[in-house]
Design a protein around this ligand. Sequence first.
Ligand code: OOG
Ligand code: MG
Length: 260
Amino acid sequence: MTNELYRQLAERLAVAEREHRTVTKLTAEYPELTVEDAYRIQDELIAIKQRQGHHVAALKMGFTSRAKMKQMNVHEPIYGYVLDYMLCEDGVLSLAELIHPKVEAEIAFILGQDLEGPGITGAQALAATEYVLPALEIIDSRYTHFQFALPDVIADNTSASRVFFGTTLRRPEELELDLVGVTLSINGELRDLGAGAEVLCHPANSVAMLANMLARRGCKLSAGQVILTGGITGAHPVADGDLVVARWDGLGSISFTVQG
Ligand code: OOG
Ligand code: MG
């Protein structure tokens, strides 16, 4: 694969997002696409967004829980980027710019110190963390029928689309994050639930894994960075008029309404 092809495939995915329509998964056309190729395409996709004036607001891990791996039939954690335009603040999810969004409940970390792999442990990641807070991620694959193989979803910036952060920030030592429970309801009906331990036994392990994955590409995590550790629950489709409410033990709640 050439740099030019990486750029072309990134452009294809950027256009799909911008025009909110799906494209055929890349592995249908390029069955030999590797995970390494996929991160190169993801890099190009982020560069396109940066050239448009956007900046990275957070990093995200994906497929860190059994719930997510089982649901999407992908069994290896991946990472991607949350851009500034993806942040939702007013309790409303607008469907106008989205394709087939799904919501999942997560725990996010804010680092107080740099974290540079390799060899970072969950305990080290936790010690480098200043705050934890709840997050609802909206994922919206740019692929037809939300179906993809591992390289496809990496290239598509891990389906990143929108994020609602909660307003309750806690010091990590105030909570047993593996035991923090979360419920996810849509229109008053319980859709899913789980505990922090779903994410690699403890969500701090997801931060450590991210630091170690970045180290392979010569990058590190920096103080102040926000990291989504991956869906605790499965991802659930949302539709016009839905009221989505998630509640975390000790971390408050997040709710939003969905508008067409
Ligand atoms: C990929 C995104 C995975 C998570 O938290 O596991 C993810 C997808 O499921 O389409 O964000
Ligand atoms: Mg997620």
